[in-house]
Design a protein around this ligand. Structure first.
Ligand code: PRP
Ligand code: URA
Length: 209
């Protein structure tokens, strides 16, 4: 049964408020998205198993902990997911990065795939799908289906802001995927935008439009 984790640490909430502000320009928006992704990575990796190793400090030998060699794959959904990659790599520097290109058709709001390049051993990795926005849930659900079709078994989804509708869609389609979000907003408008949300994440990150 999938769990929804709301990561509402004060630092995350503060930065999400700045990200939402329409007066925040692309440079600050990019930096804040990266920072929030890094803070969220801390919680998303909380269940990583540890093993015991021996470490020699300058004064003694001790039993210490080390992450038990987990192979991680970060899967940003293009474009906006790219903004979260560097923040996560700061905490998980050995992760491999696979890209899935999807855009939402503005008429149907259905995801259209245009690119995919994944690590060859994707089925052995613990995958974290990343995208700032979980709106209708169509893009995230399609990306996860795509990964499962390629043998992936261990998948988490991490988004900054979600609509209740999107959470429901992903939960119904993928009951085995835990969802990590910084905020759950009120609803979607008729154009499929999250209200209050932050507007168009891709455009704000890359200064388009
Ligand atoms: C945005 C966002 C998600 C998607 C969410 O991408 O980054 O991928 O919309 O919407 P959904 O939950 O209704 O599918 P968009 O399609 O605007 O593409 P972009 O990142 O290239 O701007
Ligand atoms: N994609 C965005 O970038 N923003 C939304 O509010 C919904 C989908």
């Amino acid at each position: 049964m999938a769990k929804v984790h709301i990561l509402d640490h004060p630092l995350i909430q503060h930065k999400i408020s700045l990200i939402r502000d329409k007066n925040t320009g692309s440079k600050d928006f990019r930096e804040l998205v990266e920072e929030v992704a890094m803070l969220m990575a801390y919680e998303v990796t909380r269940d990583f198993p540890l093993l015991e190793i021996e470490v020699e400090t300058p004064v003694a030998t001790m039993k210490a902990k080390q992450i038990a060699g987990r192979k991680v794959g970060l899967i940003p959904i293009l474009r906006a997911g790219l903004g979260m990659v560097d923040g996560m790599l700061k905490l998980i520097p050995t992760a491999k990065v696979g890209h899935i290109g999807l855009y939402r058709d503005p008429e149907t709001l259905k995801p259209v795939e245009y690119y995919c390049k994944l690590p060859t051993d994707v089925q052995e990795r613990e995958l974290i799908v990343i995208d700032p926005m979980l709106a209708t849930g169509g893009s995230a659900a399609a990306a996860i289906t795509f990964l499962k079709e390629r043998g992936a078994k261990n998948i988490k989804l991490m988004c900054l802001i979600a609509a209740p509708e999107g959470i429901q869609v992903v939960k119904s389609a993928h009951d085995d995927v835990d969802i990590f979000v910084a905020a759950v907003d009120s609803h979607l408008n008729e154009q499929g935008y999250i209200i209050p949300g932050l507007g168009d994440a891709g455009d704000r990150l890359f200064g388009t439009k």
